[in-house]
Design a protein around this ligand. Structure first.
Ligand code: ATP
Length: 450
């Protein structure tokens, strides 16, 4: 099921995933705020990345560098001179475009004549300290990578890692994009998940291939359909100034194939530049060979917001549901903002104490939502639409037999399980155990869908 961007924007707003920034003042274009569900989704994307890329690996450590950095950083990295896009203006309607987005020298909007391309630096400048003078100009980082390179020696000295190893970081980055748009796909403020993986020269090709595969599969393991992902190698004339090779992992967004993550071979460009500009030795001493050299770097660089958007789009589905349509997000349980919904069959007073007890127990273990408003069918549909994988229902029989039902979002099938087995059963289902594997004392259940 392909969803168009308008539908996605509207679902995100209606259900509290993503709101326009500063909406009450008319909005600030291309800036977005994550609401109660969006913030959970985004945290889950970052948590899954950190778990898979840092915590479960021996060869990776984390970092959280500051957004504001010494201005020389961006001279050495090439961003002051080179981090620019060619920009053109329409002489008729005055709109500004990235030259790459225009064809035949005509304005894509009104067909008017365009100016010659001029280079436009994408870095945001701001003032550091109370005096607005040139010496106090700093930049908001346009990528998190440079914070990693500047800390390479600190990490080497303290983390006792041998090559190959990586430093991973999640954080905000800012780019004064000429044409932001497509919802959260291209914004001026966004979050990145970046790895700089340092390797011995000569092993770099192997590691580039390794990371391409690793990162490609990461999206698939979290539920992205394989047909909607592809790898694209950059042509020589497309390569950034620092890159020896670069691949994009592309996703089939509603506007077409677009970059989800870049995996670049940066060689020793950054460490060499920072060594030169800072006068510090950033080489690595290899205890095995007794050699000293600058490591090469493979960089998988992903956007948190873009990934979250791709996960939402890929999870969107609609199914016929009697006379209506069931809208659901088939989100991977690791990413779903709410893992379990607790739903008393009705608002009958007799059911509430048990339902509240179950809720109090479950919320210690899972992001849980309690809902008793409207019919049970309506409540299941509400949870389907926000991607909640499992719902627990407490009915009148539960009061007697101390059993509750678990309903699965995707198949709508239900099982009945003893309350004493509930937490363990939910944990197993969220980790991928099929619904029809029953815990001790459990049974199949026809269920209440209406
Ligand atoms: P593009 O060609 O789309 O401008 P890029 O090649 O400049 O992207 P990189 O520098 O490789 O992007 O950034 C790494 C990742 O950061 C991208 O794959 C994307 O997921 C994310 N990203 C980059 N720019 C933005 C942006 N303006 N808004 C949201 N995410 C972004």
């Amino acid at each position: 099921m392909k969803v168009d961007m308008e539908k996605m924007v509207s679902l995100c707003k209606r259900r509290g995933f993503i709101f326009q920034s500063s909406e009450i003042y008319g909005g600030l274009s291309s800036c977005w705020d994550y609401g109660p569900l969006g913030v959970e989704l985004k945290r889950n994307v970052k948590e899954a990345w950190w778990r898979d890329m840092v915590r479960e690996r021996d060869d990776m450590v984390g970092l959280d560098a500051s957004i504001l950095m010494h201005p020389k950083t961006w001279v050495a990295s090439g961003h002051v001179a080179g981090f620019a896009d060619p920009m053109v203006d329409c002489k008729q309607c005055r709109q500004r475009w990235r030259a790459d987005d225009t064809k035949n020298g005509k304005c894509p909007d009104c067909g008017g004549e365009l100016t010659e391309p001029r280079m436009f630096n994408l870095m945001f400048k701001t003032f550091f300290g109370p005096v607005e003078e040139e010496t106090a100009t700093v930049y908001l980082r346009p990528e998190t990578a440079q914070g990693i390179f500047l800390n390479f020696a600190n990490v080497m000295d303290t983390a006792r890692k041998k090559l190959p190893f990586g430093i991973a970081q999640i954080g905000k980055a800012f780019r004064n994009e000429i044409t932001p748009g497509n919802f959260t796909f291209r914004t001026r403020e966004f979050e990145m998940m970046e790895i700089e993986f340092f390797v011995k020269p000569g092993t770099d090709e192997e590691w580039l291939n390794y990371w391409l595969e690793e990162r490609f599969n990461w999206y698939i393991n979290l539920g992205i359909k394989k047909d909607n992902l592809r790898l694209r190698q950059h042509a020589k004339d497309e390569l950034a100034h620092y890159a020896r090779a670069c691949y994009d992992i592309e996703y089939l967004f509603p506007m077409g194939w677009s970059e989800l993550e870049g995996v670049a071979h940066r060689g020793d460009f950054d460490l060499a530049q920072h060594a030169q500009y800072s006068g510090r030795d950033l080489s690595y001493y290899d205890p095995d060979s007794g050699e000293r050299f600058l490591p090469y770097v493979i960089e998988p660089s992903a956007g948190v917001d873009r990934s979250a958007l791709a996960f939402l789009i890929d999870a969107y589905d609609e199914e016929p549901d009697k006379d209506e349509i069931r809208v659901l997000l088939r989100l991977h349980p690791d990413l779903a903002p709410v893992k379990v919904a607790v739903l008393p069959l009705s608002r009958n007073e007799a059911l509430i104490p048990m339902a509240k007890d179950v809720y109090a127990d479950l919320r210690k273990c899972f992001m849980t939502q309690y809902d008793d408003a409207q019919s049970i069918g309506r409540r299941y549909r509400r949870q389907d639409e926000i991607g909640t994988p499992l719902a627990v229902t407490i009915d009148f029989q539960s009061l007697e037999d101390k059993q509750v039902t678990i309903r699965d979002r995707d198949s709508m099938k239900q099982i009945r399980v003893p309350v004493a087995e509930l937490t363990r059963t939910l944990e197993a289902k969220l980790a991928g155990e099929p619904l029809d594997v029953l815990p001790p004392g459990g049974s199949y259940w026809l269920g209440f869908e209406d």
